[in-house]
Every structure is written in C-alpha cells, then in structure tokens.
Design a protein around this ligand. Structure first.
Ligand code: C2O
Length: 510
C-alpha cells in the first residue's frame, strides 16, 4: 500500500526539560515531530515543505537503503539541493526493510534544534512478533538550551581552538524529562530505543530488570540478555521487557551521559536522569531509587550480537579503504576533523548530480573534488573500511545506503597511545564467522575497527561521524557506488528537485 504524510517544518516554542522555553523546529506547528509508521513493503510518499523562514532544510531517512532511489536519501549537497524556505519537494520510496529507524534534517546543524523523529517499519513476520504484547517507541537524546545558530559559531571559532564540544543541559527521555512508562504486570513490551541525539552516548538500564535485545539498527538479532545498554547518537535497540508479576513496587529507569565525551563537566550538570517504570500509581516509592548506584563498567558489548539471519562474514575484500581519524587546527585557528588529512567541504553541486552529468568521468574520483573526499566503488565489490582513531574521543560512525559487518573492534587505548589496526598483529582476535551488522557503530578512543559491506546498492552514500559537531568539523567521506549504474537508473534524476539556485539566500522569507 501507499502511505502518505504531509510534513511542514515550522518553528514552534517548546520547553522539553521544563527548565527553559525556546524556539525549536517542529512539524506542522507541533513539537515533537510525529512518528512515521509504515509496514514492510509499503511505498511512502512524503510531501515536505520547508516552512522555516530563515534556513534551508531536507529530510534524511536514517538507515533506509534507498535501493534504486538514491535521490531520496536526503543529505543536502550529496543527493539533492537543499529545500529553500517556502519550497516543497516530494520524497517517494518503497521500504523493503523492517525495524526501527528515524528521520532527521540533513543540512548542517539543524536536527539538534528538534527536527527529528522515529520511523518504524512494522513487520508481522518478525521472528519475535509473537513474543510481546505491547509495543512502544522511546526516543532518547540530549538537549541544549541554545539554538544551533548560537552554539555552532562559538564551537567553530578560533576562541575554541581545542574543539571542545558544547555541553548539553539535560537528557531527554521521550522528548521530556522524569516521565513514567506505565506498565501492566506479567506483560511483555517491545521497546524501541532510539538515540535521536546529536552528541553524547547514553547508558540505559531499568532497576532490577533484565531485557532481551532482539534488533539493532533494523537488523534482527538472536535474543541477547542485557541489563545495561550503551547507545550512541543514531543507534537503535529493540528490547523485550517482561514485567514482574506484582505491582508492589515501581522501578527507576536510568539514563546517563557518557561523561568521557565531555571536555568539561559543569558543576550543575546532571549526568543521570531518572524516569520510571510505573506499576502502581498509588505507591509513593517513585522517587526512592538512586540511579547513580548502577555499575556502568560493563555495558552490553554489541560486537557479540548475532544477526538472526546468521549471514556469514563477507569474503576477503576487493577494495580496502584505511582512514585515520584526527582533529587539528587549520590556519584560521579553528579545530577541524580529518579523515586522512582531509576535512570534508560541501561541494557546490550535489555529488549525485555530478555523477549524472559526468559521463564516463563519473568513475574518476577527481571529478568530485578533493574536499568531498570521494571514493568510487565498483558494483558488487566487497569493501573493507579500516578506521583508526588517532583521537581520544568516541565516534559513532554511520554509513548511508548500507549496514556493515563489524569484524574487528579494539578496546580503547590511553590518550597517548593511539593504536592503529595492524592486520599482521598476533593480538587480533579472529574475525567472527557471523559478524554483527548495523548502520551506526562506535569506535573507541584511540582504538580501531574493521567494517565490511558489499557494494550492492548504487548511489552516493556518506560515511560520517554522527556527532553533529564532528560533522560540522568535516569528519565525512563520500562513497560514489557504481556510478555507471546510477546513470542508467532513469528515475534517479534531479529534475524533480528544486534547483540549487537559492543556496546563497538562506534568509529569504516565505
Ligand atoms: Cu543519520 Cu548522515 O545521517
């Protein structure tokens, strides 16, 4: 069937943490934006209007491959021109995946102002479909009292030479704070956790309850019991939670910022937030639990998840890309992020349009310009990406258009001891036979990881750190996958998009 949504981005006032009212980006004059829901196999048609009078916008469908519809992926200046104030576009694609996704603006530094929501693909055939009674969606994020247009210029300034990221004021839980999930006893819930935040990873746990992980980033996994999850920006976990058989007590749901990611921890910053699993409204024990007592040293390690389809490791790579991640200052005194000494700069023409107009030259990465850091991939090759972290931060990397197998991931190493991947090293654990797969995976401080995927989806796909600050700093590379095939796909044509002519006038009113 076809599912249609009309989404108009609009400024609205909101006070999600109850401490500070501000302007946020909502949809159809409401914040938070709606959850989009489809069934597997549906065609989704979204009529998107940019109702923001002061800036361009686009929507990206995080985790959806856009197989055959690479022009619907959403990143500005990659697969489309940005949508100018007052302009509209139609996103139209078929969803052949299942599970938990989300959508967000994909022009620089916009979604942390509120323009993000859950995207759920229901699947009656899911192996766990009969294992739960009720379902709920639980977005997590961090929240800033200032708008991005205030935070970004300070962050990308010569007065911030160390590149210290802005510190959020609070963690949100279902886009609010200190809220209660009301549950019934003896009932199993499918809870879809989505970190729709832009920076900090969160620890998530429920006092005195275990749960089973059954999906990560749209990939069904063998059920894995956990009591503590570490969820980075852009990651998703579906968990099955079976409630207790009595209503004698209510329990805390704890979330905590990964404070290792913060350069400076203000004294008044609450790292922990408490929400509640409410069995019984008559009980007065809501505020008794102390979430800071949870031992956070051993969160569930997603590396050991096994996909339910038991897909084996891809064969030896046809094409290996080794990238070193670093942060450094350029001549302007501003701190930038680099993959192999290249900091991404948006091209003047969306890279997909260059593919379509470059003829035979489309296979030559030089036509895309040095600063898009473009790597051309051949159709059906096995691609291996080795990422070495010369930086002391945690980076959640996301690949558009694919999920990847995670075949090696090191522990974190000390600040002065970045340890690149050495294929010859006898310390390397053997690659798993059935590697875990997902679309967003974190790289530990000073560590390394090895990812594999098959280039079976022609399109232009970004690979980037999903920390919005690091995206702003340029931690991005571009894959142009099977450009000759893209040229033959007659539906992938930019003429149904607005021209890029309005790029230089982001302040034009409606
Ligand atoms: Cu969530 Cu480039 O995307």
């Amino acid at each position: 069937k076809t599912v249609t949504y009309n989404l108009t981005a609009t400024w609205v006032q909101a006070n999600p943490d109850g401490c500070h009212e501000r302007r946020v980006i909502g949809v159809n004059n409401v914040w938070p934006p709606p959850t989009i829901e489809v069934d597997k196999g549906d065609t989704l048609v979204v009529h998107f209007t940019n109702g923001l009078d002061d800036r361009n916008s686009t929507i990206h469908w995080h985790g959806l491959y856009q197989n055959g519809t690479a022009d619907m992926d959403g990143p500005s200046m990659v697969s489309q021109c940005p949508v100018a104030p007052g302009a509209s576009v139609v996103y139209n694609f078929t969803v052949n995946q299942n599970g938990t996704y989300w959508y967000h603006a994909h022009v620089p530094s916009q979604y942390p102002d509120g323009f993000r929501g859950a995207f759920i693909v229901h699947d009656k055939e899911a192996y766990f479909a009969d294992m739960y009674d009720e379902e709920l969606v639980l977005p997590l994020s961090e929240w800033y009292h200032d708008e991005m247009q205030v935070l970004v210029p300070k962050f990308m300034s010569l007065y911030n030479p160390s590149g210290a990221e802005p510190i959020p004021q609070n963690l949100l839980f279902n886009e609010t704070m200190n809220s209660t999930i009301h549950v019934k006893p003896n009932t199993t819930y499918l809870i879809r956790l989505i970190n729709i935040g832009a920076f900090v990873s969160q620890y998530f746990w429920i006092e005195d309850h275990d749960f089973q992980i059954v999906e990560v980033d749209g990939v069904y996994t063998e059920p894995s019991t956990a009591d503590l999850i570490y969820i980075t920006a852009a990651q998703r976990y579906s968990i099955l939670l079976t409630t207790k058989n009595t209503t004698d007590k209510n329990y805390a749901i704890g979330t905590r910022m990964d404070d290792n990611m913060l350069d400076l921890i203000p004294e008044d910053l609450l790292l922990n937030q408490t929400n509640w699993l409410g069995y019984n409204d008559d009980k007065s024990d809501y505020h008794n639990a102390d979430p800071s007592l949870k031992d956070l040293t051993a969160p569930f390690d997603d590396f050991y998840l096994v996909p339910h389809d038991k897909q084996g490791i891809l064969p030896e790579p046809d094409h290996e890309i080794v990238v070193d991640v670093s942060m450094d200052n350029l001549d302007d005194g501003v701190n930038y992020a680099f993959f192999n000494n290249i900091t991404y700069t948006r091209p003047k023409v969306p890279t997909l349009y260059t593919v379509l107009s470059a003829g035979d030259d489309a296979t030559n990465s030089l036509v895309y310009g040095e600063f898009t850091h473009t790597v051309v991939l051949e159709h059906m090759d096995v691609i291996q990406i080795v990422v070495n972290n010369a930086d002391t931060g945690t980076h959640p990397f996301h690949l558009h258009g694919h999920e990847f197998q995670v075949i090696n991931r090191s522990p974190s190493y000390g600040d002065d001891d970045p340890t690149p991947y050495d294929p010859e090293s006898s310390d390397n654990p053997p690659f798993p036979d059935i590697p875990m797969r997902r679309d967003t995976v974190y790289l530990r401080p000073s560590g390394h990881m090895v990812l594999r995927f098959r280039a079976d989806n022609p399109g232009v796909w970004l690979f980037h750190c999903h920390i919005e600050w690091h995206l702003e700093q340029g931690l991005v590379l571009t894959f142009v996958e099977a450009p000759k095939i893209i040229q033959e796909q007659t539906n992938v044509r930019p003429d149904h998009w607005a021209a890029c002519a309005d790029l230089s006038v982001p302040t034009t009113g409606n």
